[in-house]
Design a protein around this ligand. Sequence first.
Ligand SMILES: N[C@@H](CCC(=O)N[C@@H](CS)C(=O)NCC(=O)O)C(=O)O
Length: 361
Amino acid sequence: MNAPQDRFELTLTRFIRATREKVFDAFVTPELMGAWNCPRGLAVQASADARVGGVYRLQMSARDGSRFVASGQYVELQRPARLAYTWSWEGAGPLPAGLNTLVEVDLLARDGGTELRMRHSGFPAAAVRDSHGQGWTSSLSRLNDLLDPQGTAGTLKLLGDPRSTYVRTARMAFAEKGVAITLVPAAPHSPEVLAVHPFGRIPALLDGETPLWETAAIVRFADECFGDAPLLTPASIAGRIACEQWISAINSYLYPTMVGRYVLQYVMPRGEGGQPDRKTIDQAVSEMPTQLAALEKVYARGDWLAGGALSAADLFLAPILFYVELFPEGQRLLTDMPNIRRAQGVMRQRASYVATQPPMS
Ligand SMILES: N[C@@H](CCC(=O)N[C@@H](CS)C(=O)NCC(=O)O)C(=O)O
């Protein structure tokens, strides 16, 4: 008779654009396992004795120094079709100490690539199964990154319009981190976007099949989960606080005024006869001096909004100022703001800014 925990098992399917041999080898070769076999944002060191009865070990470490070690024994190795291995956590891990679970992986040739079917069984409770499900989903996205000929661009799909300032912010974040993504043109509230973002806004991100939405969250994902260290989060506490402050102010005040009621009146006029609505523009322009003065003051200290170096906050602002500078009232107001113009000049030199220039019509 089955033990009650046998009821808690996880099944996952993933298509990988690589041969079955390559996928199989990624489960048994330490150098390859060390490139993917843990959730995004963690680093992993792997060892493996790829024989039936041989032991593998995955030492996962987070940036804050916490460590988790998963290990087990290979119980079945049929290259390239199937492998199975036991899985347990050493020490105080996510499973009760000493509890062995079983991972079974079947690899089927499909459409020039491989359909991976994974079954992980033996969990003592649904919550533990579900946390492993999240971990495996993220790890398998890393396996896609590793084996797909397009690398991360095959796994990370950013849905949105390249003219959107928020889409540009997200694209700049990935560019700053040196992470290739695929931009999938999509309009706000389109069925494709609504399938990812519950409120239909752009950008919306798919990491494999995992949805991620809201620009600040996407930027945080790019910063935390790729590269050796965060680049867009200030190192100091004061810098992180200032970064949050500016992102919040940009989302709540600057974007609604400068883009929502100003730039969009020129780009997508909503006034009579399809003309820009003068009253809306005048109202927005009357709010801009206070907003620009706050920026001018912070840029008197240097070229960045927070922490003395480029941060996520700069990536939110730069695409907005790009548009403000294009229209007459914005140009006139910026004439009196030498610090903002200097800082924008620095931003214009960055490769991430150049590479994400919106198409102009
Ligand atoms: N809070 C969202 C705002 C994104 C947003 O408003 N994007 C605009 C395009 S720049 C949009 O989707 N607009 C459609 C709408 O307002 O319904 C985020 O941070 O991602």
